[in-house]
Ligand binder design. Structure first.
Ligand code: UDP
Ligand code: MG
Length: 153
C-alpha cells in the first residue's frame, strides 16, 4: 500500500484545526501509520523546500513554518498521494475548492494549513526526512475489510 507525508503547518496548529484535519483523513479511510508533533528548524526546511530556496518569498515561508510546532503524519492507502493532494486542494487556499482542506480552512497562498507529498517518490524521501523507521507502524486496522474489496480495490 502507498504512503504519503502530511504536515499540519503552524497555520493549522495555531488555528486549532489539528483534530478536524486528522478526522478528515480518518473518515476517508486512510491508515495513520505515523503521527507526531515536532518543531521544524531552518536545516530541515531548506531540505524540504529545496525547490523554493531561491524564491523571494522563501524567508517568509521559513518564518511561517517555524512559528509553532507542526504535526507530521504518515498516511497509508491505495493511491494515497493522489487522494491526499486532492483532499488538500490547490496551493493558494483562496482559490482551493470548497470541500478541500485548504479551500475550507484557508485564504492564503503561504498560510495554507497543510503540506502533502506530490509524488510517491517524494513521499518516500519526505517520510524518511520526518520520521525514524521505528516511528512508522505497520498494522492492519480491523475496519480494513470494509474499506477495500478482497483484492485491494
Ligand atoms: N508558497 C508561498 N508562495 C508561493 C508558492 C508557495 O508561500 O507563491 C508556499 C506555500 O506554503 C506552499 C509551499 O510554499 O504550500 C510549497 O510550495 P509548493 O509549490 O511545493 O506547493 P504545495 O505543494 O504545498 O501545494
Ligand atoms: Mg509541494
Amino acid at each position: 500500500m502507498e504512503s504519503t507525508l502530511v504536515l499540519i503547518k503552524p497555520s493549522g496548529v495555531e488555528r486549532a484545526l489539528i483534530g478536524r484535519i486528522i478526522a478528515r483523513f480518518e473518515s476517508k479511510g486512510l491508515i495513520i501509520a505515523g503521527l507526531k508533533m515536532m518543531q521544524l528548524d531552518e536545516k530541515i526546511l531548506r531540505e524540504h523546500y529545496s525547490h523554493l530556496v531561491d524564491k523571494p518569498f522563501f524567508p517568509s515561508l521559513l518564518n511561517a513554518m517555524m512559528a509553532s510546532p507542526v504535526i507530521a503524519l504518515c498516511l497509508k492507502g491505495k493511491d494515497v498521494v493522489e487522494v491526499v493532494r486532492a483532499m488538500a486542494g490547490v496551493t493558494d487556499a483562496s482559490k482551493a475548492l470548497p470541500g478541500t482542506i485548504r479551500g475550507d480552512f484557508g485564504m492564503s497562498n503561504q498560510e495554507n494549513i497543510i503540506h502533502a507529498s506530490d509524488s510517491p517518490e517524494n513521499a518516500t524521501t519526505e517520510i524518511k526526512r520526518f520520521f525514524h523507521d521505528k516511528e512508522i507502524f505497520d498494522y492492519t486496522p480491523c475496519i480494513i475489510k470494509f474499506l477495500y474489496s478482497p483484492d485491494g480495490k
